[in-house]
Design a protein around this ligand. Sequence first.
Ligand code: ADE
Length: 235
Amino acid sequence: MSTPHNEAQTGDIAKIVLMPGDPLRAKLIAETYLEDAVCYNTVRNMLGYTGSYKGKRISVQSSGMGVPSMGIYSMELYSDYDVDTIIRVGSAGAISDSLSMGDVVIGMGLCTDSAYVSQYDLPGTYTPVADFGLVKLASEIMEERGVSYQTGVILTSDLFYTDEKDAVAKWKKMNVLCVEMESLALYCNAVRLGKKALTMLTISDLPLRGEAMGADERRTSFTVMLEAALRLAEK
Ligand code: ADE
């Protein structure tokens, strides 16, 4: 069995999947942390690996950038490969002044400028939220490790470059913590299919101040979040 986007066969993918956006990040995670890692997907270079971490079978599947790409890969993991839990491990731009470069955000709920939810034809608005058990466990792991983190509302945006220069500042009024581009599709697919999802983000830029991390700093701070995510996956 395979899909148009994933050549993995039935059973190739673990029940729990870590999901970075960048395929090369997936490769690096698999090579650095997983024992006996096997690459199960190279279609469109959207690399996916399965191996074990401290004895637990775990997969790492890249999602690509944006809601449509996350929509495809997470949907197929849940519905075609019987995955139970997906933990997105990504980066985000800070909106709240309370966040600094390298801080971790756990996406408890999210708001969006995307139309993804319109497919459900609901008679009102919908609030995508993470699995509460995962939010709780992730928060405990951050506390244990002394990681500087916040749990709250994030923004999934379809727009990285936009004519509307004040968009991020407007979300700030509602205490939105940070902006990224994928979690909406992940949270909606999980709820729709009765599965679990969580997003963990490292702040890699401060859009309101025009500042961004250098490559080395990005790598180091991502490691802090990633090791917490692996601990979560292992539990
Ligand atoms: N991911 C990391 N930084 C981002 C930003 N400023 N906007 C959207 N997604 C991001």
